[in-house]
Ligand binder design. Structure first.
Ligand code: SF4
Length: 442
């Protein structure tokens, strides 16, 4: 995998870790602050239910290997989740220390400390069964949901093959998360653990069309759909086809994989979700003179987490609230400005343009980040798999779809949530597929 990467050295310089890792002594001191609560609200708040007090206690006693195995048992992507989870609203948000007016335990960084120690010591994922079973499972998509399902099944002795149209596995973990949160190389390193279990990866292979799916159905006993979401929504405004308009996920992928040259001039980002903020911060770090985020509603309506918003302010990003992008103007080669209109809230609570409020903003690059569409074309071809509003309908306990041979999880089911939610879905489906196959083929 590593040979496919051409990340430039300046990317590593500009995208150092947002939060520095723990030194050994500081980790033990922090671990010893944990009260080992018997009801562990932190564990309940984690979608994968990592036993937080248990792994923290192991860190306190110097057992990093044991701490990591505890994490991995619940969450096979424990290393990347330690870096990308919104801990403020999950485990750390639930920590009882808040009730004592104390800082919550630094769970995310302790988890990272355990996982990095485990990797440095050459730790491997354990098998959960000594059996080698003949049943084969295909996972479509190599993002977090598929990786979790694949690991769970392979650990239980099944034969798993993961398909992805891209050349690197990991989905958004590898291609779509700001480099200062999760380095591309670290995402790939984590996936090595899953490869070492024996999971086969067929990369650069697109499963599309009834023939491909029929071939897959013939070769595999069960199929897990973990395809995530598709392309970003279009702005549908004049000037959108200019090459200086690049959607946020493509922009993030390009700089992470070394394709983006330094960013110059003024950058306008449209949308105020976490991806918009990741793209805006990256544009600034890559050299943009100014970066403005335009949002048609108010600060109170943004979908980005509060800590992401505060981070963007620290990076020097400007926010223009109640501002809608109407057109992109360019001379032959360059975007020169963007045309906007002010919005207001009417008596029915609806946002509408203010008459005569049009204004122009200097802008040389436009990055739309207004959400992704579902992978409708592919999903519609999965025989007898029911969709609702573009999402795959599943049994929430098992992840099984309306076609018993197909299971699904992650963004294509939930519409786009956190990495840890996808991991929880994948693991749940992996367990359910294993139980089903074990019951059929005793
Ligand atoms: Fe430790 Fe906080 Fe979890 Fe209690 S809630 S077990 S103090 S991390």
């Amino acid at each position: 995998m590593q040979e496919l990467l051409q990340q430039k050295p300046e990317i590593a310089e500009k995208f150092g870790d947002l939060h520095p890792p723990f030194e050994a002594q500081a980790a033990v001191v922090e671990a010893n602050r944990c009260l080992n609560c018997f009801d562990a609200p932190c564990t309940s708040a984690c979608p994968t239910h990592i036993d937080v007090p248990k792994f923290i206690k192991r860190i306190a006693s110097g057992n990093l290997h044991g701490a990591a195995l505890g994490i991995l048992d619940a969450n096979v992507l424990g290393a990347s989740c330690a870096r990308v989870c919104p801990v403020d609203v999950l485990c750390e948000g639930a920590c009882v220390m808040h009730g004592f007016n104390e800082q919550p335990i630094d769970i995310g960084r302790l988890q990272r400390y355990a996982m990095e120690g485990f990797r440095a010591q050459g730790g491997k994922l354990p098998r959960k069964s000594d059996e080698n079973r003949s049943e084969k499972i295909a996972c479509i998509g190599a993002g977090p949901a598929s990786l979790a399902a694949a690991a769970e099944l392979q650990q239980r002795g099944f034969q798993v093959t993961v398909f992805d149209k891209r050349l690197l596995p990991g989905g958004l973990n590898t291609y779509g998360i700001a480099e200062y949160k999760l380095h591309l190389a670290d995402s790939l390193d984590e996936i090595e653990l899953i490869k070492e279990l024996g999971v086969e990866f067929r990369l650069g292979v697109e499963i599309f069309g009834e023939t491909s799916l029929a071939e897959l159905e013939a070769e595999f006993d069960m199929i897990f759909i973990g395809v995530g979401l598709g392309a970003m929504h279009r702005l549908s405004i004049p000037g959108e086809s200019h090459p200086g308009v690049i959607d946020a996920l493509q922009f993030i992928e390009d700089y992470k994989t070394g394709k983006t040259t330094p960013v110059e001039g003024n950058v306008v980002v449209v949308g105020a979700g976490n991806t918009a903020i990741d793209a805006a911060n990256a544009a600034k770090r890559l050299g943009a003179m100014s970066v403005s985020i335009l949002y048609r509603r108010t600060r109170d309506h943004i979908s980005a987490f509060d800590f992401e918003y505060r981070q963007a302010l620290q990076e020097g990003i400007h926010f223009l609230w109640l501002t809608e992008l109407m057109a992109i103007h360019s001379s032959a080669a360059e975007i020169t400005s963007v045309e906007c209109v002010r919005m207001e809230i009417d008596s029915d609570g609806l946002f509408k343009p203010v008459d005569g409020s049009t204004f122009h903003l200097e802008g040389n690059m436009v990055i739309p980040a207004i959400g992704q569409s579902p992978m409708l074309e592919l999903l519609a071809q999965c025989r007898d798999v029911q969709l609702e509003h573009g999402r795959v309908v599943v049994n929430r306990t098992t992840g099984q779809t309306t076609n018993p041979k197909y299971f699904a999880g992650g963004d294509c089911v939930n519409g786009g949530r956190e990495v840890v939610d996808a991991v929880a879905d994948g693991k749940r489906a992996g367990v359910a597929i294993a139980r089903l196959l074990e019951a059929i083929y005793v």
